[in-house]
Each structure stands twice: as C-alpha cells, then as structure tokens.
Design a protein around this ligand. Sequence first.
Ligand SMILES: [Zn+2]
Length: 428
Amino acid sequence: MILLQGCRYLVTQDDKRTILEGVDVLIDGNRIAKIGKDLSNGLQKEATAIDCSDKIVLPGLINCHTHLDIQLFRGVSDDKELHDWLDGIVPRKNGLDGGQLAEAAALGCREALRSGTTALADMHYTVTGTAAMVEASGIRAWLFVSYNDRISKNDDVGASPIFSEYEGHPRITASVAPHSIYGCSGDLLKKVHAYAQEHKIIQTIHLAETRKEQYKCKQQHGLLPAQYLDGIGFLDDRTLLAHCVWLTKEELRTIAQRGCSVVHCPTSNMKLASGGVMPLKEMRAAGVNVALGTDSVVSNNSLDLFSEMKVCALLHKHHYWDPTMADAQSVLDMATRNGAKALGREKEIGSVEEGKLADVITVAISDHLTPIDAARVVSHLVYSANGNDVSDVIVDGKLLVTDGRLIEQDHLFRTARLKNGRVSPEEK
Ligand SMILES: [Zn+2]
C-alpha cells in the first residue's frame, strides 16, 4: 500500500477536471483504492506514506510515440536534412546487437520514468532485449513491432515471440506498426491491419509527416495519404496515426469518422523542419482525439513530456496567431486522458480516480512553480514545470521514483549489460 498524504493539489484529470486540495490518495495493490481526507486513520495494512504537502499530484504522463531503439544516438545527427538525418541513424541502428538495444531501452525507460512518464508507446524494428528491459523497468508500455517491405524487409507479421510472451501481461502490450505508406506495400498494410483486427490490438503508423510523403502518395496512388489508407480499409478506432502534419480537411473528416486517434510530436516536427504545423484546431473541430508524443531522442532530443506540453502550446498559439489556442488544460489532456484513449485504455489510466490503475506522479512545488493556487496549478504544469521537477513516480501501484531518484537504477544498469540483452528469470 502507498499513501500519498496531504496532497497540496490533486489534479485528477477526471471528466470534470476536478482539482482537490489537502486530500490523501490511497493505493492498494495496483489500483487507486480511495481518495479523501485523513485516510491514514484506521488503515488496516501498513502503507508507505509519502508527504505530498508541498507537491502536485497528477496522473502519470503518457508518451504516445517513441523509438527506444535509437536512444543511444541522441545528438549524433542534429541539424540535418531529413534524408541526411536518416543516413546518420539507420546504419548505426542496424549495427546494434541485442545487448545494445537493451541498454538503449533501459536508458529510455529511465529517462521517461524520471521525467514523469508512466506509459509509452514505442515503435521499433528489433525487439531482442528491448521488451525484457522495458518490462524490467516497471513502466507501462505498448511495444509496437514495426513492419516494412520497402526499407529493410520486416514483413513477417506477428512472428515476434513478444506476442505470446506478453499475452495478458499487466503492463506490457505487444502490438503492430506498419512503418508508413512509403515503407509498406498495400498488401503488407492490409496484412498488419488484419492481424490487429483479429487480435483486437491498437495499430500505429507514421502518416503525412512531410509534404514529400503527401506528394509521393498522390503521385503513386492518385490519393492523399489518409484517403489511401481508408481506401484499403486500414483506418478504424484502434488506429493511432503519428504526426499527421500534411493532411487536408477532407482527410481529417475521414480520420474522425473512422474514430482514429492522432499523436502529435511538435518538437520532432519542428526540429526536422516538416514544413507545416499539425492542424490541431481543425482536428479538434472534426472531433479527432489528439495525444502527445516526443518521438525519439534523435529528433527531439528528450523524452520529457513536460517540455513537450509547453512546446505544443506555444507552437499552436504562434501558428494560429491566437493565444487562446492549445490552452494549458487541453494540452495536459493530450498528455494524459487523450493518450489513454488513443491506446484504448481510458477506463484504466489517464486520470487519478478511485478504481483506476495506480499510474500516478508527484511534482515538487519549487521556486519556479510559485506563487501557486488551484487556479494556476495546470498552467504551472504546462508552462513552468519540467521533467526534473518530478519527485515520485508510481506505475501499476509500484513506487519507481522517489524524491527524484530511480529506485531501480542499479538493477536497470545491471540487466542492461546482460549478454543478448535478455533478463534472466532470477533477475526479474
Ligand atoms: Zn516515429
């Protein structure tokens, strides 16, 4: 049991966006058991108590687009055109062995957890070592195995052992991700979609990231990217579309009608100069669920979702010449509730409510988050906080970060060095 005691502010992110003051949050097992005043009185079992009298408590952030397999390449291919950027990364990535991939995953999970991310959606080609390391880190993750038959040929859909290894796992969900329209044939896209439908799992794909992709798609298929995917029956309510910078209003309507979610990666889009801005206002108007992602540390260069929230808010205000755009509350929604919905788990994560899974973080109220009152808490989280302000991180009821330090630190580094990157049962 964990008792978050006397929360200065509890930003619940429930349907009414309730903010509570001075309450306790009791976590029993992997669930939020109770929220209320003075819950320590009459506790039957012993609980780990965390003083939250100078902390903001909120749901863990959800990063809906990452690539942990290139975590080791932060800073090696900056300030380059997209194709030069890729040339700097792909050969390096292809040269990694299982142990290095595991190390990359460990570093990524550490960074994500330390900065308040409790769930992430990771897209990767190679899963050797990655899955075991992600599991060992304690984070909640969707491991999207990436397929393509035009870049490096990985088209054996569902062949990865992680699909059976993690079936029914409480935190790890194995899933599928055709890389992109330009990386996959129509047949492969259909095959992946059929697999996702059969297994009732979320599928994700890079879509309309650049103008070149839009142009090429129109040239090859006579259709715009979302029209093309819809034409082959790919789009449905278990589809998560990454980037979506270059889309027309008509495509947005299609995406909304099919119930797809979109993950917005503003920093990555700006760093790689995608040349456009994801049409957030128009997406909202069409009723599309929009989540938030950092993309990899090669194109960001950080997994800090607090920073990403601020970048997101600023980008859209600037772009639309409208300071009311991407307000703090709606951006916090993107990083919490909307992410949960995009991953099909909105009933379980994304808010701090009794009965939900205990994915909860605390943020220390330091100088740059003051003065503070209930009306300003959400603003501070989006515009003033950063990942270093995160004090405690709980995932699935387990305390993984306390006072800004990872509890599993040594364990993660130790397992990262294991041969082949596999975590032996006794190491778990
Ligand atoms: Zn990506």
